[in-house]
Write a protein that binds this ligand. Structure first.
Ligand code: FAD
Length: 376
């Protein structure tokens, strides 16, 4: 520890996307920054997700502005840090007339800027290899980016260390905070301000505050499939997704869709399943997901849930799913009625937790807000 400055201006706990977002915002202000991570590298939600930076359909007031800012910063990092964008844009393929009604209502909002509503023939013309026989209409959004999280997250950390002067302490758990001194497994680290970004670790730092805000955990099942043999027109979602994103789900037209889905796909709603199909540059597809809520870190994966996801793939893609290459589980923090928790246990400490499963889409904007607040 001898070579480190006596006191950093900012210490960040956790090297997931939220911690990296805080470190990036602080480094851009020229602050001295240390990031302390329990693992040998980040292995939490930030490397297990789809890597979809979703803008269209996010809740208008709480998430949409953060998603647009975060997407812009990913763009900047594409050029500055060499982050590879694997896919651009999103297609939301409506399977039912009730879903078309939601998309039509969405097109009348200010969030539809730049989006198009395609009929089946126009969709087929634009992407002839995607079987659009079951698609009643497609919302095509140009705003999304898809990165490969397992390569992008370590790349950002390496770039911050190599070019922005951010120091990383890996394999170092922070056990407690005393004011702005962090007690780590390797000795104390002092800073003027601290951003605690622990993801869904609900038990190490500030467990009582997390419990008071009713922060819990959500488990998701994910698959990677072999390439379907063609390039997708963008990340694909379907009717079930319209109930999961506030920008769609809060529209009055979503009520009739919910009733239809309850009647026709009740098991999907029970497991919180909606279909996202995201493509990598090698053609492989990251496909998911499901949502099961529990404060405990439940390690088991349910084959029935994977089968339901693959059946929805078949319905929406109009073809059997390619072979499964990988399966994994991810968990993230959730809390009722809030997209993110930014709590202030003391004047120079912030506890920052994305509580709505959209940290890849909001983490950089949240990092800017936290640093702006700590270093006014
Ligand atoms: C399967 C899945 C799919 C998803 N898909 C998307 C998507 O497509 N788009 C999107 O926007 N979002 C998506 N999300 C949500 C997104 O991944 C999360 O919101 C985001 O990664 C949370 O980032 P984080 O930095 O808070 O948490 P994490 O990535 O979990 O990072 C927290 C880090 O803190 C470290 N840590 C915790 N406590 C300590 C301590 N005491 N000392 C030292 N280190 C500590 C942990 O080791 C961990 O590395 C998805 C999530 C999952 C699980």
């Amino acid at each position: 520890m001898s070579k480190r400055p006596h006191k950093y201006e900012l210490a960040v706990v956790g090297a997931g996307i939220v911690g990296l977002g805080c470190a990036l915002a602080a480094a851009r202000r020229g602050l001295s920054v240390v990031v302390i991570e329990r693992g040998a590298r980040a292995l939490g939600a930030s490397i297990r997700n789809f890597g979809v930076i979703t803008v269209t359909g996010q809740d208008h007031d709480t998430i949409w502005p953060r998603a647009r800012r975060t997407r812009d910063i990913w763009h900047e990092l594409e050029h500055q840090a060499g982050i590879v964008v694997h896919q651009r844009g999103m297609w939301l393929a409506a399977q039912r007339m009730e879903a078309v009604a939601v998309l039509e209502a969405f097109m009348a909002t200010d969030m539809a800027q730049g989006c198009e509503l395609l009929d089946a023939a126009a969709a087929r013309k634009r992407s002839p290899r995607l079987d659009s026989a079951g698609h009643k209409a497609v919302l095509a959004s140009p705003h999304e980016l898809r990165i490969e999280p397992r390569e992008a997250i370590p790349r950002i950390a390496a770039w911050l260390a190599e070019t922005q002067g951010v120091e990383f302490l890996w394999n170092t758990a922070v056990q407690a905070l005393e004011d702005t001194t962090l007690n780590t497994a390797r000795g104390p680290v002092s800073a003027e301000a601290v951003a605690v970004c622990p993801g869904d670790d609900l038990s190490t730092l500030f467990p009582e505050r997390l419990a008071a805000h009713r922060v819990s955990r959500c488990k998701l099942q994910m698959l990677r499939l072999e390439s379907p043999g063609f390039e997708m027109p963008g990340t694909l979602m379907s009717d079930l997704s319209l109930l999961r994103y506030g920008g769609f789900a809060r529209l009055p037209e979503a009520l009739a869709l919910r009733q239809q889905l309850k009647a026709q796909q009740g098991e999907y709603l029970h497991h919180g399943i909606h279909l996202i199909v995201a493509q990598a540059l090698d053609g492989s597809l990251v496909v998911g997901d499901s949502h099961h809520y529990d404060t405990a870190d439940q390690p088991f994966s349910d084959a029935t849930v994977d089968d339901l996801i693959l059946a929805e793939y078949r319905r929406v893609m109009g073809a059997a799913a390619p072979a499964v290459r990988e399966r994994w589980i991810g968990t993230y923090a959730v809390a009722p009625d809030r997209a993110a928790l930014i709590d202030a246990p003391s004047p120079a400490v912030r506890l920052v937790v994305v509580t709505s499963g959209i940290g890849a889409s909001t983490g950089f904007a949240i990092g800017e807000e936290v640093i702006g607040d700590l270093f006014k």
